[in-house]
Design a protein around this ligand. Structure first.
Ligand code: PSU
Ligand code: MN
Length: 304
């Protein structure tokens, strides 16, 4: 029984929901620890969980705290990952290492999706997926989010991939890795801060029920070995000129300051937040909330 796995802890509400087989939505914690400034990050984490509940599902925010993988955080745990100084960033490969060391870490999309699947949770809301970085031909910088999602049966609601990435290359990789992508009420693949990354999708869905039907078909014909991405554009995008200008200066700064590895994404997000006078934070928060609501609707529809 997964609920008694050594080193894995469940919040009371998640344990109860798993037992009762009621809808659950996994939420990542890197967004909280490394994607948003303090103290707003904690308020957002609390609000996002409330939105999931309002939409009829149980939130399972996932993180590693003091060596324990947590599926579902109580209010004290949430505060820990939002405020403590020693919270690392765990990709899937880091999970066991941080756990064995008794360390604490926020989980990225790859690590969150892995732990969610382990727990039997199949719907997940995040902000923007990781993907192929610009210049990856040289740097080989491609997020482990992609390879992880190629091996997990999970539906991920996101606002596309961050515009800091090479969107075209990321879409090609998603195709190669057999990760399905549907646009929610759009055929324009969103670019996180922007509603349209400039790339077109093949599939569009109108409501949670249609997504639940796709999830059901995937399991019938067993194409559920890899993830399904629901690309949900933000309602009100960031000012485009401002966006393009900040992106250019951020990429230039990252290069001059030789920012590499897992530091790249938090560095660029932080650059956006400071340079846009809070506009990117507003958009980022809208994205997470709207994705959490849609993910809960999907979890509810899929449980019928
Ligand atoms: N989206 C956000 N904020 C974030 C991230 C995504 O709005 O902080 C995080 C996610 O956890 C994602 C990670 O999995 O960035 C990707 O990091 P990397 O590019 O290092 O793989
Ligand atoms: Mn990377």
């Amino acid at each position: 029984m997964i609920e008694s796995l050594h080193g894995v802890r469940f919040s009371d509400e998640v344990r109860a929901a798993l037992k009762a087989k009621t809808p659950i939505v996994a939420l990542e914690s890197t967004i909280i620890s490394h994607g948003l400034p303090r103290p707003e990050n904690l308020h957002v984490a609390i609000e996002v969980e409330a939105i999931v509940r309002e939409h009829g599902a149980t939130p399972a925010t996932i993180a590693v705290i003091d060596g324990q993988a947590h599926i579902g955080l109580n209010p004290t745990d949430l505060e820990v990952i939002a405020t403590r100084e020693d919270i690392a960033k765990a990709s899937i490969r880091d999970l066991a290492i941080f756990m064995a060391k008794g360390a604490s870490a926020a989980t990225t999309v790859s690590a969150t999706a892995h732990l969610a699947c382990l727990a039997g949770i199949s719907v997940f809301a995040t902000g923007g997926l990781g993907g192929v970085h610009r210049g990856a031909q040289e740097s080989f910088d491609e997020s482990a989010d992609l390879t992880a999602l190629s091996q997990l049966d999970i539906t991920v609601v996101c606002a596309g991939v961050k515009s800091i990435l090479d969107v075209a290359a990321t879409l090609e990789r998603l195709e190669t890795l057999a990760i399905g992508v549907v646009g929610f009420r759009t055929l324009h693949f969103p670019g996180f801060y922007l509603t349209d990354s400039g790339f077109t999708l093949e599939h569009r869905v109108e409501n949670a029920g249609e997504i639940a039907a796709i999830i059901a078909s995937r399991s019938v014909i067993k194409t559920n070995g890899s993830a399904l991405i629901v690309a949900n554009p933000v309602a009100k995008e960031m000012n485009r000129a401002l966006h393009d200008q900040i992106l250019a200066s951020g990429l230039a700064r990252a290069s001059t300051e030789s920012i590499i590895g897992k530091a790249v994404t938090p560095f660029l997000l932080e650059h956006f937040h400071t340079q846009s006078n809070g506009e990117s934070i507003r958009v980022n928060v809208d994205i997470i909330k709207s994705n959490a609501a849609l993910a809960a609707d999907i979890a509810v529809a899929a449980s019928r």
